[in-house]
Design a protein around this ligand. Structure first.
Ligand SMILES: *Cc1c(COP(=O)(O)O)cnc(C)c1O
Length: 370
């Protein structure tokens, strides 16, 4: 008998521990683990994730924006927090909350030095991000001299790490490109370290880098999706356990006669007798309209039920013609058996997008025992 009574996102902490240990087993024991908890811990709950990960031994955290780091500090997280993509407008706040910026351009480096100088700080830890081929953010190899010049003028900052990011570590067809990225980062890191006179922590791998490129583990690895239970490949998915499970209930059942329509814009028209269930979850909860019109499905009594017609803001309607179910019965959107990556793939996206879209409106339920 299920005890799901409304739409909930269950967050399974023993699964998080399992994934953390699995990923840790893939790197040498000296390699530090940075846990990426941006985007509300990939749609789960950043504070709950970070508190648990801090307890089980994460060495570092990363978020995308300053505001995400502040939330963790306010919740009492003490572990160092790297802000991957800060904006200069937030530098003062970032320092106030002892967050560590990734500086990715001359502009961000110079503005950070200006802020930190005005705050009279010494040796504040910062991270230098190199672009090794993703062409998103980061210094180029040619900027090493400029970086060194800026650093020579000040003792306000200290380089805690050098990092870069892989563009296609999950794609085995891009192996050559990825190896070039690894070499490019190695070269830039070596040049800058030589000029600094000390070697900061080096890190380049995301989850798929951990799993596919031991040569890119360096001193630390950054894992996001793997911690949440997805490995971007079936053989790794099988070793990991999804942390989040999205569940709901059947609110009401309708029977459509041939010719009757369903939902907004009458997007579904019944050709034959069709039984439908209405479920209290919609695009405002993170089930986007791309899942409508049979692109997505839910699971009821272990059977798939296609989403019929358009996804509404607060509801979806699904086909239960061949399923023996009742109002109040449990509905699985994704869980351990029907994974978020499977649902996402079916409608042309990836687990990352489906997970991070789950809105704050969905109640989070923490499961801390197996
Ligand atoms: C989001 C992000 C990660 C985490 O990537 P996963 O594929 O989820 O492991 C690592 N590094 C950077 C720079 C990121 O932006």
């Amino acid at each position: 008998m299920s005890n799901t009574k409304e739409t909930v996102l269950e967050i399974n902490l023993p699964h998080l521990t399992h994934n953390f240990n699995y990923l840790k087993s893939k790197v040498k024991s000296s390699v530090k683990i940075l846990a990426v908890v941006k985007a509300s811990g990939y749609g789960s709950d950043a504070v709950v994730m970070a508190k648990h990960l801090e307890k089980i031994g994460a060495d570092y955290f990363a978020v995308a924006y300053t505001s995400e780091g502040i939330l963790l500090r306010e919740a009492g997280i003490k572990t160092p927090i790297l802000v991957l993509h800060p904006q200069p407008v937030n530098f003062q706040k970032l320092v106030e909350y002892q967050l560590e910026p990734s500086l990715y351009s001359s502009r961000t480096l110079e503005e950070f030095i200006a802020t930190i100088t005005s705050l009279n700080q010494k040796n504040f830890p910062v991270h230098i991000k190199f672009n090794s081929g993703l062409n998103r953010i980061g210094f180029s190899e040619n900027d090493v001299d400029h970086i060194t010049e800026q650093l020579r003028k000040t003792d306000t900052i200290k380089i805690a790490s050098l990092l870069s990011h892989l563009a296609a570590s999950e794609d085995h067809n891009e192996r050559e490109f990825t190896l070039r990225q690894i070499n490019s980062f190695k070269k830039a890191a070596k040049q800058l370290s030589a000029k600094l006179g000390y070697t900061p922590i080096l890190h380049q791998s995301n989850t798929s880098g951990i799993l596919n490129y031991p040569e890119a583990h360096f001193d630390m690895v950054r894992t996001g999706i793997g911690l949440y239970g997805y490995g971007n490949e079936a053989k790794f998915d099988n070793e990991l356990k999804p942390v989040a499970a999205l569940k709901s209930v059947i609110s009401q059942i309708h029977e459509l006669k041939p010719g009757e329509s369903l939902g907004y814009n009458r997007a579904f028209k019944a050709a034959v007798f069709t039984k439908t269930a209405t479920i209290p979850i919609g695009h405002a909860d993170g089930i986007s309209r791309q899942y409508g019109n049979k692109k997505g499905f839910v699971t009821i009594k272990n059977k798939p039920a296609n989403i019929l017609g358009n996804v509404c803001m607060d509801m979806i309607m699904v086909d239960i013609t061949d399923i023996d179910c009742h109002e109040g019965d449990e509905v699985i959107i994704f869980d351990e058996t029907t994974s978020a990556s499977k649902i996402a793939e079916q409608s042309g996206t990836i687990s990352y997008e489906l997970l991070t879209a789950i809105s704050p409106r969905v109640k989070r339920v923490i499961i801390d025992k197996n």
